[in-house]
Design a protein around this ligand. Structure first.
Ligand SMILES: [Fe+2]
Length: 269
């Protein structure tokens, strides 16, 4: 199963700018690259902060920009989003029985579970009001297959003081429950605007710097420096043996082609 993990496009209304750049233009360039090189992916998951201020006009713009994407998309919400305006713009996106933007996709390599950690008006994340119970039920009913989680807020620490006030509340019991379930193989998250990956009690996680602005990681400072680096997205290759995550930068770097003439794939000699 080939997946695309895209995050934090932070769209603003048409004609507006964010920190002096155009987020929609950055998303368009990213989509062009995906269409060119990865149109064979099964799904493109966007892990939240779809817009910067949650306004309806930005979701309308997002809808327009995403029409160019040749891979089916699944959209998650982040702390910068508005559930109400998202649903107005994307009424067909799946929701759980409580109205949260949570759903599953049973794909060729297992069950993908999409979470909604948005707490309207706040920066931190939560799985309260039945969201954690929904997650654990979806994991349990697929106990005979591998499960992969997609979420905006990290469910585990990432070691950066800047994000401590905006982490997921009660993250430790949530992670302990996920570990106990026994079949969760990877967590893909957004929110942090840095490239980071690791494990928590044996559960691997990964996040990329995203489409909009990036943050320079500081391990002791609470404040943060925002920069405009090249947008990035991840390609995840998932099979029965495990998960591979490749990061792609959307830049105009100079490319030198190396001929593969005479090259024979391993095992074919
Ligand atoms: Fe963000």
């Amino acid at each position: 199963m080939k997946l695309i993990h895209l995050t934090d496009p932070h769209l603003v209304p048409l004609g507006a700018m964010l920190f002096g750049f155009d987020p929609a233009q950055r998303l368009r360039k990213t989509i062009e690259r995906i269409n060119r090189d990865h149109a064979d992916a099964e799904l493109c998951v966007v892990t939240g902060d779809l817009t910067d201020e949650g306004d309806f006009a930005s979701y309308v713009l997002l809808r327009e920009v995403l029409q160019e994407l040749r891979v089916p998309a699944r959209l998650l919400l982040g702390n910068h989003d508005s559930r109400e305006n998202f649903v107005r713009a994307f009424p067909g996106e799946p929701r759980d029985e409580n109205g949260f933007i949570q759903s599953v996709h049973d794909g060729s390599a297992g069950r993908l579970i999409f979470l909604d950690t948005l707490v309207e008006g706040f920066g931190h994340g939560s799985l309260d009001d039945g969201r954690l119970e929904w997650l654990l039920a979806r994991v349990a009913e697929a106990s005979d297959v591998r499960a992969y989680l997609f979420v905006h807020h990290p469910l585990q620490p990432i070691g950066l003081p800047h994000f401590e006030p905006w982490s997921t509340e009660n993250w430790r019991p949530i992670m302990q429950a996920i570990v106990s379930a026994g079949n969760v193989r990877h967590i893909f998250h957004g929110h942090v605007h840095v490239d980071v990956g690791g494990t928590w009690s044996g559960i691997p996680f990964s996040a990329n710097r995203g489409v909009a602005h990036q943050i320079i990681p500081h391990f002791t400072r609470r404040d943060a420096d925002f920069v405009e680096d090249a947008p990035a997205f991840d390609i995840a290759i998932i099979d029965v043996d495990g998960v591979l995550v490749h990061r792609f930068e959307v830049s105009d770097r100079h490319v030198v082609e190396v001929s593969a003439e005479g090259w024979v794939p391993e095992g074919m000699q």
